[in-house]
Every structure is written in structure tokens, then in C-alpha cells.
Design a binder for this molecule. Structure first.
Ligand SMILES: Cc1cc2nc3c(=O)[nH]c(=O)nc-3n(C[C@H](O)[C@H](O)[C@H](O)COP(=O)(O)OP(=O)(O)OC[C@H]3O[C@@H](n4cnc5c(N)ncnc54)[C@H](O)[C@@H]3O)c2cc1C
Length: 805
């Protein structure tokens, strides 16, 4: 066994084997995989092998596409049978909400150029003659989906990895992980130590224990999952073409052909957690006992949809452990706060994603950046609130509802609340309807109407719509208060801070005390990594704010880049400071009433920051606005939040001050043409394609500059536009295809309704020839074409008079 390697991959399931294969194939031969038993000794051994393009996320669908591409050619590359069958797959709907959801997937899949077809119940019956289609409203059909032999693909990838120079050590358990002062990792195994640059935790069922060896708490717990193989079915045996896989999510079942019969799989009514505190190390390649009661309802559903199953006996019931995370999606990428330690675990659909994630994670490790936006699976999308107990509670809700309809405005109650602002009870009293953002309870909107204290989940405008409209009008005419305590806040200080920040951002770091600069942080491709507001407090001290969701992502990126000489100190202020936004034409009058000091336009122009006493509390007040009205961000010590709140609310009575929520904020930022992180700003777009090109300061050096210069020289291939869409009751949401005649020319990045301008709005990227205001395009919403017109931005207050008043 080697004692030194570039990368050690821990775990020889589908995921680990694929990462090893891709690292070696792309040129890093000095890589090893350590497996405590034989390859495929975890979940992989029991998997059904269904592989489809389907995923609710656009970028995960791209991962699935990559897997299928690989599985179709792996046998030829290695000579090892992989058992790939192209069968096609159907996803059904038996209610209007589900039809809308399928409409969304249809449109999103068309953005990817996938072959996806809308099918009627009649067409479903023709595609799958054994299916009883009563009660169905329709479905989607992907002709190119299929299934694979999980063990076959692992063996094939292992063969290929070895051919490329990688080594695999089976029957070698990892017993500990430590890090040397020079950042190298040492993976301790029962057969000796391996020192390496980077570690990948692909430990599947045991990933939490492996993570704990490096000090990580990984929210992943195994759940018992059942699928049933039936005895031979004559009509299946006689068929020439294989039957498509069917997912009937409204009945929480899937059915596919296996040889001469069918397999019925299910998401049971109770997700039984299996060794939630840690799977025994000696478990391998063993089925779990069946629980007939827990699956009886699903079996009935199966028989309803496929009556032939009612006349056929069970041949074999497979029960195996699958890992689940709070949302059911995996944990991939750099592990916060470690350096060169990567996760690829928490997989519940790991066969479907193994091929693709091996490709993308290998690239991420080798290049330092992911090739596609991996946010949906990035382990840093969860904060410290997502601990073991949170996951334990959350998946009790997530698992049985895995197949329930996905709505973009559904905020489930399970495992909440976690993080609350000190004014949470006041918000509740004022009628807040909360969403859950990075564990924070944040009001989405406020209502006095008891019936609307629950927002109806929908792909269309919900019962929140009228309340959001009122909030936008109120902010436009008076003043509103938005609680943004959840912002991620970081202080950088020290003699090297200015130069270092100037290297991190393409913007020029403000030079005057109290100046604020919108500062994109780019990756090495010149694309958006994140977006920060940098305030210069004084020489050598900068206060930086980023989106709450990106806290770990952004701070991780920053801490890994800090100068080794200690000239920059980084301090996380997120949980020390709260933030209230007061915004609207009366906001200055309100602030003047409560502040000691001059807050006039002359004393505090737009884009500046001052230390101000708000009542008795010393606050850092930034004159900024994300909604396009005169406004201020009041950062205050968290322990004084209620004092600041009461001061503002008491004084606010004269100005009709009211609280407003996230939905109104988003509506107003669309009208102002402001970009959102992970929508308009992600790793697929550079500032040059957006309205933020002005933030690029070419006369200085910054990360990503060389790549950005290339983009500038070659000319951008896409440009962000704002469109007004003739929507009905469903607004664009993002991932809607954009058409110019019959040609698909782009995709929306976000959208919604602009209540101040009374229009449905979409942002999207299109080729440069289609960006002129007045250009007529079409946007597909929930599978239906809608006329759209490119408009000049911003739609609201184009000269910024209100904001800079
Ligand atoms: C009944 C059932 C049906 C399923 N059906 C499907 C399906 O149809 N489609 C689909 O996509 N997915 C399916 N899945 C899920 C799929 O099996 C998993 O998502 C996938 O196999 C996870 O692979 P993995 O490599 O992450 O983990 P695992 O397969 O669990 O592999 C982890 C490996 O790491 C090794 N290891 C752990 N700790 C150590 C250590 N300390 N030292 C050395 N080695 C270690 C283990 O021995 C193991 O071999 C199914 C799962 C089950 C149980």
C-alpha cells in the first residue's frame, strides 16, 4: 500500500469509485481508494439501478445527464458488463398541482435540450399496457431513461480507474484522519497511514463517522427502503421491447421491468431510521428484515396502478439502507471549514448521479472550481443548525413526502424554528408568515387575515399575492421595515486587508472612510463566485455583507484565500449583529427622528455608511437600497435588537411604518433590475454579461481577471435582459426556456410579479442580438408559451431619483 498519494478517496461504493475513475482519467494518476470491505459494500449493493434524467433541479439534471452518457459507453470502454437498458420513463400526475409541477419540469428540461414529451393518459396506457390509468390527468415521458446494474458500473469504473493508474485497497478500513501543520492530510487505516493533499469522504452509510474523524458533523442518516421483485409475469416475458419505468408520485411508488417481471419500489409511509446514531462498521452486503405493515399501503397503490401485480406473488423483498439528508439531496464539494477535504455523501439516488458527480467533483478538486453550478448539492448550503438532531427530525417529514408535489412557495413546518431574530415574537404578533432561509425564520409577508396565515402551496399566484402587493405599495408611499438579521457579515482588518480585498474583488475597494462598494467576487473563469457589499470603516478595517444562504460558501472561500503572513484578520460577525432595513420615502424622516446626528442627504449621501446612535444604541448605518426607494440598513448589536426595534416602531407611528417581508423585497428588486446570487449571478455568468459590468476595474489586478479579459476580447455570448411577460396567474420563476420564434435562445434566471409597475417580469440570458428593448420573444411557463418583450431596465424609477433623493 502507498504511504503517499495526491488524493485518498474513502469508500468504494458507486460514488467513490466514480470519483477515483474520473480523477485518474483526467490525469491525476497518483490517487487511491480505500474500502473497508469489498467494493459496493454499502447502499450500492442493494440499489435497484434506476437511472433517469429527472431531478427537480436544473443543475442536478445536468449531473444525471452526464451519468447516463457515461453508463452508455462504459461497457465498451472497459469490457465489463454494466447492464444498461434504455427503457424510457414516465412520471404521472393525478391532480392540477402535480400537472403544474410537471409543466415546470417540462419547461426546465427543454432548457437542457432533453427529449421530454407531454403524454395523455391514453398515451401512457399505450406506452405501458399493464398500467391502469384511471384518475390520471397526464404525465411526462423521457424516451432515453433507463436502468443499470449498480455493481456492474462500479466494477467497470474500478477497472478503468486502475488502467489509468489509480490504486484500490479493499479490506482496508479508515480508522482516523488527521492534518499536519503544512495542511497535508493523513488518512490512518488499519494497514498503515497514507499522507495526501486531499481527502474525499465518499463513505456512504458511514460518511458521518468518517466526517467526525475530521471534526465534521454531517447531517446524513440511513433509512430503510424497500423494493419488491414479483414472480415472472407472462405478458412481460412475451414482450419484445422493455417496459418504461413508471413513477406515480401521487401514490409514492415506482415500477420498472426486471427481466421477466416487475419491481415495485416505494417511499414508505414511515421512514424507518436505521442506526441513526451510526451504522455499525461491520455491516456489509446484507439485506434488512422486511416490514410488511409499513409497505402495505404502497403495495395496494402498486396493485391499483398495475393490476397484474395483484395476481402475482412476491419473488423477493429487498430492504436496504439509503442515506438521507434534511432535503433528500446529497452533500458534495468542499467541506466547511476544512481545506482540501471534500464530501460526496448523503446520496439517496447515488446510482443515478454517480457517473456525473464523479466527473464534476473530480473537476472541482482538480481545478478548484466546479464546472457547473453545484449549489443545489453543495454541503455548505446548510449551516451549523443542520446538525444530527435537526436531520433526525427533518427526514421524518422529508422521506415519506419525497414524492409529494414540489411547490416553490412551500415552507414545511418540520424541524423549525431554528434561528430567530430577537424580534421574532413581535413579527408573529404582527401577522408574519415565515419562510425558512438557512435555518432563519424570516417573514415572507404579513397579514391580518387569519385565513392567509398559511400560504397555499402553488406554482401560481398564491393567497400571499394581495398582501405582497399591499406591502410594495406601502413601501413606495410611506416606509417599511425589513428584518435582514440573517445577512452573513464579516469584518476584515489588518495592514494587508485593503490590498487583499482588492485582489479578491473586481471592484475597487472603497478608499474613503464610510464609503460602500458593491463588489463581485469572481472565480478563475471570471464568473460570479459571490457578491459582497464592502464598507470601509476606517483604514485597515472593512465590513462585508453577503447573502445569508451563502454564509459558509462565501466565508469558506475567503478564509482559504487569506494571506499566510497573518496581515489580514477575518472575523465572523453574523451572529453578533442584527440588521433592519428601513425603506421608503419617509425613511429619512424616521431615521432623523430617532438618530443622534445629521442624516440629511448632504451628511449621508447614497452609498455611504456612518456610525449613528439609533435611540441609545450605537449602530452602523449604510445608506443602501435593494428595493429602489430611499433606504437605510441599520446594523446593530444583536442584544440591543429589541431596543432598536421599539425605538423605530414607536417613532414610526407618525410615518405609518410597517414591517414587510421577503416576497415584497424580491418583487421590488426585480423592478429595479437588481441581480440575485445563484439566479443571475452564478458560475455560468460573468459581470460583463450583466448590468454589473461597471464594477470591473480593469486598471488593477483581481482574481479571474485573465479569464475576464479573454471574454472581453472575444465578446460575450449571452447578455442578461429584463422582459415583461404576458403571464396569466403563473409568473416566470427561473429555468423557463426563452424562444425567438421556434428557436430556443436562452433561459430565465429568475422572475416574478412587479407590484409597483403592475407587470410580470423575467430576467434571462439571451444572445447579444436579442437584447434591444422592444425585441419580441416568448417565455415558456409551466409548459405554456407566453409572449414576452425585452424592456429597458430598470422598470421602476430608471433615473434612481427616489433612491438617491
Ligand atoms: C433498496 C435500495 C434501492 C435503491 N435504488 C436506487 C435506484 O434505483 N437508483 C439510484 O440512483 N439509487 C438507488 N438507491 C440508492 C443508492 O444505492 C445510493 O444512493 C448509492 O449506492 C450510494 O453510494 P455511495 O457510494 O455513496 O455509498 P455506499 O454504497 O454506502 O458506499 C460507501 C462505501 O464506503 C465504504 N466505507 C465506509 N466507511 C469506510 C471506512 N471508514 N473505511 C473504508 N471504507 C469505508 C463502505 O464499506 C462502502 O462500500 C437504492 C438504495 C437501496 C438501499
Amino acid at each position: 500500500m502507498k504511504t503517499q498519494a495526491r488524493v485518498v478517496v474513502i469508500g468504494g461504493g458507486a460514488i467513490g469509485t466514480s470519483i477515483l475513475y474520473h480523477l485518474a482519467k483526467y490525469g491525476w494518476q497518483d490517487v487511491v481508494l480505500v474500502e473497508k470491505h469489498e467494493l459496493t459494500s454499502g447502499s450500492t449493493w442493494l440499489a435497484a439501478g434506476n437511472c433517469s434524467y429527472f431531478h427537480s433541479s436544473y443543475y442536478c439534471t445536468r449531473v444525471n445527464m452526464k451519468s447516463i452518457e457515461l453508463y452508455q459507453q462504459l461497457e465498451e470502454e472497459t469490457g465489463q458488463t454494466t447492464g444498461w437498458h434504455t427503457t424510457g420513463s414516465i412520471r404521472t400526475a393525478d391532480n392540477p398541482g402535480r400537472m403544474d409541477e410537471l409543466g415546470y419540469y417540462y419547461s426546465m428540461n427543454r432548457c437542457l435540450g432533453l427529449d421530454v414529451q407531454k403524454v395523455s393518459p391514453q398515451e401512457i396506457a399505450e406506452l405501458h399496457p399493464l398500467m391502469h390509468v384511471d384518475g390520471l390527468l397526464g404525465g411526462l415521458y423521457w424516451p432515453d431513461d433507463g436502468d443499470v446494474d449498480p455493481s456492474g458500473i462500479c466494477q467497470a469504473m474500478a477497472i478503468a480507474a486502475k488502467r489509468h493508474g489509480a490504486e484500490i485497497y479493499t479490506h482496508t478500513q479508515v480508522t482516523g484522519i488527521s492534518q499536519k501543520p503544512n495542511d497535508e492530510w493523513v488518512v490512518h487505516t488499519e494497514k498503515g497511514d497514507i499522507t495526501c493533499e486531499a481527502v474525499v469522504n465518499a463513505g456512504g452509510l458511514w460518511a458521518p463517522q468518517v466526517g467526525a474523524m475530521a471534526g465534521l458533523e454531517i447531517p446524513s442518516i440511513a433509512i430503510e427502503h424497500t423494493h419488491i421483485l414479483f414472480e415472472a409475469i407472462g405478458v412481460v416475458e412475451d414482450r419484445e421491447r422493455m417496459l418504461p419505468l413508471v413513477r406515480d408520485p401521487d401514490r409514492s411508488i415506482y415500477v420498472r421491468q426486471e427481466m421477466d417481471s416487475l419491481i415495485l419500489g416505494m417511499y414508505e409511509k414511515v421512514g424507518k431510521q436505521w442506526f441513526p446514531e451510526g451504522v455499525p462498521w461491520d455491516y456489509a452486503q446484507t439485506e434488512l428484515p422486511e416490514d410488511v405493515d409499513n409497505v402495505a399501503e404502497n403495495v395496494e397503490h402498486g396493485i391499483f396502478r398495475f393490476p397484474v401485480l395483484g395476481e402475482t406473488g412476491f419473488k423477493h423483498v429487498t430492504v436496504g439502507p439509503i442515506t438521507y439528508t434534511p432535503t433528500g439531496d446529497p452533500l458534495v464539494g468542499p467541506a466547511y471549514p476544512l481545506k482540501n477535504f471534500f464530501l460526496a455523501c448523503g446520496y439517496s439516488f447515488g446510482i443515478t448521479q454517480a457517473g456525473g458527480i464523479g466527473h464534476y467533483l473530480a473537476g472541482w478538486i482538480m481545478e478548484g472550481e466546479p464546472e457547473i453550478d453545484m449549489w443545489h448539492v453543495d454541503s455548505r448550503r446548510f449551516g451549523s443548525y443542520a446538525n444530527w438532531a435537526y436531520n433526525h427530525e427533518k427526514i421524518a417529514d422529508t422521506y415519506p413526502r419525497l414524492y409529494s408535489t414540489f411547490f416553490p412557495n412551500e415552507w414545511r413546518d418540520a424541524a423549525r424554528p431554528n434561528r430567530t431574530s430577537p424580534i421574532y415574537e413581535y413579527q408573529k404578533e404582527a401577522g408574519a408568515v415565515f419562510g425558512d432561509y438557512y435555518g432563519w425564520e424570516c417573514p415572507n409577508y404579513f397579514t391580518a387575515d387569519e385565513a392567509d396565515r398559511y400560504e397555499t402551496p402553488s406554482w401560481r399566484r398564491s393567497n400571499a399575492f394581495k398582501h405582497v402587493a399591499d406591502e410594495c405599495q406601502h413601501v413606495m408611499n410611506h416606509v417599511g421595515l425589513l428584518d435582514l438579521t440573517r445577512f452573513a457579515k464579516t469584518r476584515f482588518s489588518g495592514p494587508g486587508a485593503e490590498a487583499w480585498l482588492n485582489q479578491m474583488t473586481c471592484q475597487r475597494v472603497p478608499t474613503g472612510d464610510g464609503r460602500i462598494a458593491l463588489s463581485p467576487i469572481l472565480d478563475q473563469n471570471g464568473a460570479f463566485k459571490t457578491d459582497m457589499t464592502i464598507t470601509k470603516i476606517k483604514d485597515g478595517e472593512y465590513f462585508c455583507v453577503t447573502a445569508s444562504l451563502g454564509k459558509r460558501h462565501d466565508q469558506h472561500g475567503m478564509m482559504q484565500n487569506l494571506p499566510a503572513d497573518g496581515s489580514v484578520l477575518m472575523e465572523d460577525l453574523t451572529y453578533k449583529l442584527g440588521c433592519f432595513v428601513i425603506v421608503g420615502p419617509e425613511s429619512r424622516n424616521l431615521l432623523a427622528k430617532v438618530a443622534y446626528g445629521d442624516v440629511s442627504n448632504e451628511a449621508m449621501p447614497f452609498g455611504t455608511s456612518k456610525e449613528i446612535y439609533v435611540g441609545r444604541v450605537k449602530c452602523q448605518v449604510n445608506r443602501m437600497s435593494y428595493v429602489g426607494e430611499l433606504g437605510y440598513e441599520i446594523f446593530h448589536p444583536i442584544e440591543s435588537q429589541i431596543a432598536v426595534f421599539k425605538t423605530l416602531m414607536d417613532a414610526g407611528a407618525d410615518f405609518e411604518l410597517k414591517m414587510f417581508g421577503m416576497y415584497a423585497m424580491d418583487s421590488m428588486r426585480l423592478e429595479k433590475g437588481y441581480l440575485a446570487w445563484k439566479s443571475e449571478m452564478n458560475v455560468h455568468h460573468t459581470p460583463l454579461e450583466t448590468s454589473l459590468a461597471w464594477t470591473v476595474k480593469w486598471d488593477k489586478d483581481f482574481n479571474g481577471k485573465a479569464a475576464l479579459e479573454k471574454v472581453r476580447a472575444e465578446g460575450v455570448k449571452q447578455q442578461l435582459v429584463c422582459m415583461v411577460v404576458e403571464a396569466d396567474d403563473a409568473d416566470p420563476w427561473g429555468y423557463n426556456p426563452i424562444f425567438n420564434g421556434d428557436e430556443r435562445v436562452g433561459m430565465t434566471s429568475s422572475g416574478g410579479y412587479g407590484h409597483r409597475v403592475g407587470k410580470s417580469i423575467a430576467f434571462g440570458y439571451v444572445p447579444p442580438g436579442l437584447t434591444d428593448p422592444g425585441t419580441k420573444l416568448e417565455v415558456e411557463i409551466l409548459g405554456e408559451m407566453r409572449p414576452a418583450e425585452v424592456v429597458a431596465t430598470p422598470l421602476y424609477d430608471p433615473t434612481n431619483e427616489k433612491m438617491k433623493a
